[in-house]
Design a protein around this ligand. Structure first.
Ligand code: SF4
Length: 227
């Protein structure tokens, strides 16, 4: 959906029942995992929302040929200098607290940008509201749905040198979000001596960064989206 669309009021939305099993240390055997899936399926669960990676661990040191060549699942590249899979909150999947729909937008971002080579890893996070369950403030580009559109922040990072993303402002449509991401990636990929976008942001400041990346025109009003 391209614009800020008419949606049901939050009070009219229906949140489906959910159950998030506690998994000690986040590690389960395949038997436990399949038993869990079977029980949930038998009880009527329709889908599952993963909030982190799912990693299968094998007995030996070589990844079996049958997995490498399966042709069905692409492997997540944890150590590649590329745009990583988009991180998305639960928004329309079950949460219903979202200010704008974000699931289609996140899928679009993933399809268009995942795997694009860059000077370093590059993470994009999308959240349906300011509660920020997908932690957009610690992503290279963080998108947060707000009543007037989508707030975009840039330059966040976790890891060795944590940084908080800086707010660039609000854009009115999902199409603008994709356009701004495209331009930031072009700018960042176009050759820089800095390894993280956050360092560029630190050196340039928000307004110079927006002008240099050619994105200033997409934003409405001030940083809060006020005209
Ligand atoms: S960020 Fe908001 S919309 Fe997304 S899961 Fe959290 S509370 Fe729900």
């Amino acid at each position: 959906m391209d614009t800020v669309i008419a949606m049901k009021k939050k009070s009219e939305r229906v949140r489906p029942a959910t159950f998030a099993p506690y998994i000690h240390g986040g590690v389960a055997s395949l038997d436990e995992l399949s038993a869990m899936v079977e029980q949930m399926r038998a009880s009527g669960a329709k889908k599952v929302k993963l909030t982190g990676e799912i990693v299968f661990v094998f007995g030996g040191t070589e990844l079996p040929h049958s997995v490498r060549e399966n042709g069905k699942w692409e492997q997540n590249r944890f150590n590649a200098d590329v745009v990583r899979p988009v991180k998305t909150c639960s928004a329309e999947v079950f949460c219903q607290n979202f200010e704008q729909p974000v699931l289609d937008l996140a899928l679009q971002i993933d399809k268009k940008f995942r795997g694009v080579p860059l000077p370093t890893k590059f993470v994009i996070g999308v959240a349906g509201c300011k509660r920020s369950c997908s932690e957009p403030a610690t992503k290279d580009i963080g998108i947060t749905a707000v009543p007037r559109g989508y707030e975009i922040a840039a330059g966040g990072a976790s890891g060795m040198k944590p940084m908080l993303a800086r707010r660039l402002g609000v854009v009115p449509t999902a199409r603008d979000v994709v356009k701004v991401i495209e331009k930031i990636i072009e700018f960042f990929g176009g050759g820089t001596k800095y390894r993280r976008l956050g360092v560029i942001m630190e050196k340039m400041g928000v307004e110079e960064f927006k002008a240099s990346a050619g994105i200033a025109e997409y934003f409405i009003g001030d940083n809060n989206g006020n005209k």
